[in-house]
Write a protein that binds this ligand. Sequence first.
Ligand code: SF4
Length: 201
Amino acid sequence: MYPEMGTALDYDDAWQLLVSTVLSAQTTDDNVNRVAPVLFATWPTPEDLAAAKPEEVEEVVYSTGFYRQKTKSILALAADLVERFAGEVPRDLDEMVTLKGVGRKTASVVLAEVWGDPAIAVDTHVKRVSHRLGLTDNTDPVKIEADLKELYLKETWAGISMRFIQFGRDVCDARKPRCWDCPLRDRCPFEPKTRRPPQER
Ligand code: SF4
């Protein structure tokens, strides 16, 4: 279904994707894409952002919601990156997750998207779709990630997360999965499968 698949967030490098991923919490990628060009034009480097006035950054990221917390997070992240990694995002999961505010999911997105490294980010869509398809029995994202890594070839890992997320949005919706329309219907153990609603007949 998704031969070409990548994040809908616009970015030029790992730093920008890292910041945009933090900003994307509880909002749409489109919203972040509207704000990011202004943010990175005003404060292009981690050094610039680390030295920015919080109230000015708040103004720019306001429309992404939770703007105070997000401003705090990206300023702390910028300062941490400058202080410990000379402003360079480390291309290593274990190192990246030591950055302030960066969890395993965010770090995996950056590794997979920017460098195509073998990483699988487990978000709510990946978790749900994996469960419904019977690919895991676990609820802990780290264990789900390990289960998926057992099932898929390493060279495909970088592309898995975004495909699961898009499939979760398009077909295997949290509340209303479109089982009647689903190409995986015959292989999916999830029951009861949903039926086409009358308004779509
Ligand atoms: S058949 Fe239904 S539950 Fe199973 S993957 Fe497809 S949409 Fe999801």
